[in-house]
Ligand binder design. Structure first.
Ligand code: 13P
Ligand code: SF4
Length: 298
C-alpha cells in the first residue's frame, strides 16, 4: 500500500506530508514528516501540484493559505482539532474589543477565520521567540492554548491575555503519570510538549515541539526518555535512535483525530482527489500575513 501511494503521488505530481503524530505506516509512506512549523514551510515551498496532508484540518488550511494555487487535500475530512474548535472568530473579535491596542498571537492550531483576526501566528517551535520580539509596551492576546501560553509567559517574562483552550490529549498526561513513569525509569529524562499541563511542564527536563523532541533525543547523552506528548512521535524517535529507549507515560496519549488517517484513506483521497481544503479568499488574504510571519520565525 505504501508503494502504491508513492506511485500514485508521483503520477499526480503530489507531495505527501504527514505530521509526527500520524500512524507509523502513514509516516513511512510520506515524502516528508515533521512538526507543524516544518510542515507549513514544506507546503509553502513545494513545486508539486497537489499537497496530500496527513494531519488535521487547520494544517491543511494553513497550507492553502500559503499556497492558494495548489490543490490541498486532507486525507480524512473528519480530522479536526478540538483545541482549534475552542475559539471562534466571534470570540476573538470580542476579546479584541475588550483589549483595544493589544496584539494578537494565535497558535497555528486555530481555524482560518481566527487567523484572519490575528496579527501573528506561531507554533510550539517558535511561540516564545514570536512573543519576545513584540515591543515590551504592547499588550498581547494569546489564543487558544492556555498551557502553551503559560509556557511562553515563563520563557519570556511577558504577561499574556490568555484564552482557556487546551488539548484534551495532552491533558491526559498528568503529573501523576509522569511521577509513576519516573519511578519506574529513574534514569530517564522527561521531554514534554508545551501543550502539557503546567505542573507537567515544571517536571520536564526539556520542553519542545515534536520535531524539537526528536533533535533533543538525538543530541542527548541520555539513553532513556519519558515522552510527554502524543505517542505517534515514538515511531520516529525509536527509528532514528535504535539504541535509546522511549517511554510513553500513559496509553491515553493518543489524538483520535490524528489517527483517523489510514494508508487506505490517504490513497483513496489522492486517487479521487477528494476532500479539497480551500479557504475563502477574503479570509485567506486577511490570514496570510500572520501565517507568513510565523513561517519566517525560527
Ligand atoms: P507540533 O508538531 O508543532 O509540536 O504540534 C503538536 C500538535 O499538537 C499539532 O496538533
Ligand atoms: Fe489538536 Fe491535540 Fe490532536 Fe494536536 S494532539 S491535533 S492539539 S487535539
Amino acid at each position: 500500500m505504501q508503494e502504491e501511494l508513492r506511485k500514485l503521488a508521483k503520477a499526480r505530481n503530489a507531495l505527501v506530508i504527514a505530521h509526527n503524530y500520524q500512524r507509523a505506516e502513514v509516516q513511512e509512506a510520506a515524502d516528508f514528516t515533521g512538526d507543524s512549523l516544518e510542515l507549513s514551510r514544506t507546503a509553502a515551498k513545494t513545486d508539486a501540484d497537489i499537497i496530500l496532508f496527513c494531519g488535521v484540518e487547520f494544517m491543511a488550511e494553513t497550507a492553502h493559505i500559503l499556497s492558494p494555487d495548489k490543490k490541498v487535500l486532507l486525507a480524512d475530512i473528519n480530522a479536526g482539532c478540538p483545541m482549534a474548535d475552542m475559539i471562534t472568530s466571534y470570540d476573538l473579535r470580542k476579546l479584541k474589543e475588550e483589549h483595544p491596542g493589544a496584539l494578537v498571537v494565535a497558535y497555528v492550531n486555530t481555524s482560518a477565520a481566527v487567523k484572519a483576526e490575528t496579527d501573528i501566528c506561531c507554533t510550539s517551535a517558535n511561540a516564545a521567540t514570536v512573543v519576545s520580539n513584540i515591543p515590551a509596551d504592547r499588550e498581547i492576546i494569546f489564543v487558544p492554548d492556555r498551557n502553551l501560553a503559560m509556557y511562553v509567559e515563563k520563557a519570556t517574562g511577558r504577561e499574556l491575555i490568555k484564552w482557556d483552550g487546551f488539548c484534551p490529549t495532552h491533558e491526559y498526561i498528568t503529573a501523576e503519570v509522569i511521577l509513576k513513569a519516573k519511578k519506574e525509569h529513574p534514569e530517564a529524562l522527561v521531554i514534554a510538549h508545551p501543550e502539557c499541563l503546567p505542573d507537567v511542564q515544571d517536571m520536564a527536563d526539556s520542553l519542545q515541539s515534536t520535531s524539537g523532541m526528536i533533535r533533543f533525543a538525538r543530541e542527548s547523552e541520555a539513553r532513556s526518555f519519558i515522552i510527554a506528548t502524543e505517542m505517534g512521535l515514538i515511531h520516529r524517535l525509536q527509528k532514528e535512535n535504535p539504541g535509546k529507549e522511549f517511554i510513553s507515560p500513559t496509553k491515553k496519549a493518543i489524538c483520535p483525530n490524528m489517527k483517523l488517517t489510514t494508508l487506505q484513506k490517504a490513497f483513496d483521497t489522492l486517487f479521487e482527489e477528494r476532500y479539497e481544503i480551500r479557504v475563502d479568499e477574503d479570509i485567506r488574504r486577511r490570514a496570510l500575513a500572520a501565517v507568513e510571519a510565523m513561517v519566517s520565525y525560527s
